[in-house]
Design a protein around this ligand. Structure first.
Ligand SMILES: NC(=O)c1ccc[n+]([C@@H]2O[C@H](COP(=O)([O-])OP(=O)(O)OC[C@H]3O[C@@H](n4cnc5c(N)ncnc54)[C@H](OP(=O)(O)O)[C@@H]3O)[C@@H](O)[C@H]2O)c1
Length: 241
């Protein structure tokens, strides 16, 4: 990472209505950046009270809604400097019981639906945002992954196989995006935000959403093309693949 913190960025954050995405939006807004947050609801109250430049509505499971949302954004901004794909789910979103999320517990549609949101969704958002990103002088794409997308870590951790598979897919999307976009000057990384006390992370998690987001802000604002293709954790340390 370079030591030159970037200023005056235009930033798009998915899942900015709550959790880590909301706290990331607050962190970027506080530092004077122009933040656009996505949400499935049209008027997310907590995001709106943080003072974003605007809200983009789409559902990551719905390709045409993503295309329409980013097209709408394209009519309002000249360029996008940072795209943060933060929104994500695990199989609890489909009411999978905690004791039934192993490798062979879920029906195929539920299993695939988690990857549809966590990996296919970010692919579509990134694809649709590429024309805007290409107008930035230092385009950056941050995929909020998880330690549970790491082969090394998830071999012995993580009760929700559909989630682990989806984040491993997001990691591969990161690697392939970095290879495809790095030559044109883009920086694409995957990052594990830590175990964070959001609705997904639960109350026992040691990191607050604000603490994770503030560390992620420092990391993201200091990224440079030398970081392209890396998997990092929230504090900037390398994460094993
Ligand atoms: N919390 C942790 O300990 C932890 C650890 C590792 C990685 N992560 C990753 O960090 C990211 C943020 O997680 P979080 O803890 O902040 O989770 P969270 O509090 O549960 O928030 C999830 C966000 O994703 C959005 N979302 C879910 N399904 C969506 C869909 N189909 N279309 C659009 N948006 C959708 C939610 O919007 P709605 O309000 O509309 O549902 C919400 O904004 C996720 O990618 C997660 O996998 C979290």
């Amino acid at each position: 990472m370079a030591n030159q913190q970037r200023a005056g960025l235009t930033v798009l954050i998915t899942g900015a209505n709550r959790g880590i995405g909301l706290e990331l939006a607050k962190a970027f807004i506080t530092q004077g950046h122009q933040v656009w947050g996505t949400a499935r609801e049209a008027s997310p109250p907590e995001l709106l009270s943080a003072g974003p430049a605007g809200v983009v509505s789409f559902d990551l499971a719905d390709e045409s809604s993503i295309a329409a949302g980013v097209a709408d954004l394209s009519n309002q901004i000249e360029r996008l400097d940072v795209l943060i794909n933060s929104a994500g789910i695990d199989a609890r979103a489909f009411n999978a019981p905690i004791e039934a999320r192993g490798p062979f517990d879920l029906d195929a549609d539920t299993f695939a639906a988690v990857t549809r949101v966590n990996a296919v969704g970010p692919m579509v958002v990134t694809r649709e945002a590429l024309p805007l990103l290409r107008r930035s002088d230092q385009p950056t794409i941050v995929n909020i992954s998880s330690q549970l997308g790491s082969m090394e870590v998830a071999a012995n951790r993580g009760i929700d196989t559909s989630y682990c598979v989806s984040k491993a897919a997001l990691n591969m999307l990161t690697v392939k995006s970095a290879a495809a976009l790095g030559p044109e000057g883009m920086t694409v990384i995957a990052v594990h935000p830590g175990w964070v006390s959001t609705e997904m992370g639960g109350e026992a998690a040691p990191l607050s959403p604000a603490t994770s987001a503030s560390a992620l802000y420092e990391l993201i604002a200091n990224l440079s093309p030398a970081d392209n293709g890396r998997f990092l954790q929230w504090d900037g340390q390398p994460h094993p693949w």
